[in-house]
Design a protein around this ligand. Sequence first.
Ligand SMILES: [Zn+2]
Length: 330
Amino acid sequence: MRFIITLVAYFCCLLPSLAIAEKPQQTQSRISKAPPKIIVAKGLNADGSLVKNYRRGLEYAIDYFGNYGPYYVYLLGPGDEENIRAIYQRRAETRVNRDSPDSPRRQVMQFLNQGSITEEIKSVLAGHSEGGLTWTQDPPVLYEDVTTNATQREKDPVENTWGALHEYHHVFQMAHCDTKFDRDSDKNLNSWMSEGMASYSSAKFMENLGLIDFQKYMLELRTSGGNIGRPGIKEFLEKEPDWDLAGERYWEEGEAAQVYYMLGAWATAYLIHVQGVEEQVVLREWYYDIPRLGKAAAFEKHMGLTLADFYQKFARFIQQPDPTVMAIFN
Ligand SMILES: [Zn+2]
């Protein structure tokens, strides 16, 4: 069965870059003193609205989650090749490991010559919309939100802010797990946790900012898929009676990754509105314990039930009619 995925361009695929599988080690919390850096390609942000609307989301998210980093936001687009190449040169320099036996110059060349980076530069120059959140797993650890075609973003202030909120939740999440392990490992996050919780938090914060109607959005995820993709939750559940929130196959097979966003957002809603866990515990505080306790123990400690029990209860919950599940918000 194939699904058409129409993920909004700047809702990310989470991509660890330079994924060198050395001996895994626990990721430390990455609180940063430096504010995020926003790098904008020449020709964009002429009236200041691109950065202003991005910042509206970013600042809300930092206020809620804390300042993690270093975080670089690249808002790029076609138009000036020399400028784009200079931006990538500086981006490569931010990634130089001073303790490496390789010279900085060699490390910069290695980064710029990676296939994924040469392809990304081509996408920028062609005006294609790709990218998302990237991070390094080895020193220097940093996070990057790369938008290859920010022209589209500039024209849509609401989605621009929404994307900034969504990606920053990932920065916070990545700072509290170890992405050298598989997503179903106790040290890393399942896709429904990372995408679902970021989908829930960004929609909720968008409502707090007065920009969307949160409940209407949550209903849309069931009926149509909203701005995430097609099909929505109800159609998916009908076609996939053996669906499994904990499994990673929808992501790996690349055919229905949107379910992690939608079902994950509803799983998050379940924890807050049915299980009765405080919103800030579900969205933020339980993550603090993941590096020390592992995902399963941190979940049980903060949510008050085991992951296995949660999967069973949520599966029964989500298959109920719209009015029944929507009633949890009242
Ligand atoms: Zn995401």
